[in-house]
Structure formats: C-alpha cells, structure tokens
Design a protein around this ligand. Structure first.
Ligand code: MN3
Length: 227
C-alpha cells in the first residue's frame, strides 16, 4: 500500500484459497479485488481535485476529515475508512497451516507473550475472550466490524464499529478486527454470522496481534524505564 495518494491495492501474501475451508476462495477474491478495490478507487477519485491532500496518509486523512467540506468529509470517511478497515482485516488473516498448531485445536493460533498475559488478566482465558468477542460481533446490527484493542497501558478492550467507521483514536490501538459485513461471509455461511465468527478464529493472525500489542505498549514501557 502506498502511504498516500494514489492509494493502491496490495496483493494478499497468500492465495485466495489459502484460508479454505474457513473462508472460501471466491469470497476472498471478491472481497479483496472488488470490495476493497472499490474503496481505493473511490478514495483516489475523491482526492483528485485536492492536490494538497495527496501527501497525506490514510490515518492523517481520517483524522482531518472532520475539518473538510461535507461532501469531501463523507467521501474520505467512507472510503479511507473502508480502506483502513479492510487492510487491517486482511492483515489479520493467516493460512491455517502457517501458524504453529496449538493444543486442543489443530490449526488455530493463539496469542503469545505479553498479549497472552493480557488476555488472561482481562478476560480470564482466551475462550472467554472469544465468547465476548463473538457476542460483540453478533451484536453489530447490519454492517460493521468487531475489534480487539489495547490502550497505551496494555489494557485490552472490545469495540464494535458501524459500516466503515474506524475505531476512535482515544479507544486505543486495534490489535485484531473481524469484518462482519455480509459480503465477508454470505457466499459460504449465508445468514449464519455465528458460524463465520467461530471459524474465523482458525485463520486469525495472532502473530500480527502480538506485534501490534507490543507496539501499543512500547510507549508506556519506555516511559516507565525513564522514571
Ligand atoms: Mn469487507
């Protein structure tokens, strides 16, 4: 992904069928090459008449959008939001055989290190976190996302966002997100979002979440060391 305009669609680091049978190849291809591509195309088109915005990153555009005239603000929030959320979602996926097998489940990864400790501290255990995450994902009415986040002190939380809204900056750093728009699962799971959520854990990229967590808490750790 370019850091600024013109934004481009980065190929996935795995084949469309690499997440089978948990997420089917056709869904992955449509989702990445058509749904995400449309957000990228619409974002670029909205930015064409605004050369002063061409050097801004996705996150800068989203942060400054409230200052823009209404039509531009809407176009940026919908489309930069759609790009940000989808990139986050796709980066949080990993082929089931790529992760180390863990006890109990043959394929699913799980958090390690500081994030594993934080999950234990906040939720008791990973299964309880998954149950709460699932409940949140099922509670999204219509389209949106469920998120696992960390504040700068490493405290975990869950959040849902509607449509292509992005997590408010004050709510902490996102670690993992699940796209619960119907286009993310309908071809395989029809209306049964719960089964999609259950199976998504088999391809959730905990290595990515571990790394994001360590970045999220790095500031606080550095501050503690300086004291
Ligand atoms: Mn989507």
């Amino acid at each position: 992904m370019n850091e600024h305009y013109p934004f481009v669609n980065t190929p996935l680091p795995f084949a469309f069928d690499a997440l089978e049978p948990y997420i089917d190849a056709h869904t992955m291809e449509l989702h990445h090459d058509h749904h995400l591509q449309t957000y990228i195309d619409n974002l670029n088109a909205a930015l064409v008449p605004h050369p002063r915005l061409h050097s801004l990153s996705l996150q800068q555009l989203l942060r400054r959008a409230p200052e823009y005239p209404p039509a531009l603000r809407t176009a940026v929030e919908h489309n930069a939001g759609g790009v940000y959320n989808h990139e986050f979602f796709f980066a949080g996926l990993i082929p089931p055989t790529a992760g180390p097998p863990t006890e109990g489940t043959l394929t699913a990864m799980q958090p390690t290190g500081p994030l594993a400790a934080a999950v234990h501290k906040t939720f008791g255990d990973l299964d309880h976190m998954k149950a709460l995450f699932k409940a949140a994902a099922l509670a999204v009415f219509g389209s949106g996302y469920a998120w696992l986040l960390s504040d700068r002190r490493g405290r975990l939380g869950l959040l849902t966002t509607a449509n292509q809204d992005t997590p408010p900056v004050g709510r902490g750093a996102p670690l993992l997100c699940l796209d619960v728009w119907e286009h993310a699962y309908y071809l395989k799971y029809y209306n049964v979002r719960a089964a999609y959520v259950d199976n998504w854990w088999a391809v959730a990229n905990w290595m990515q979440a571990d790394a994001r967590y360590e970045t999220a808490i790095a500031g606080a750790t550095a501050k503690m060391r300086r004291r």
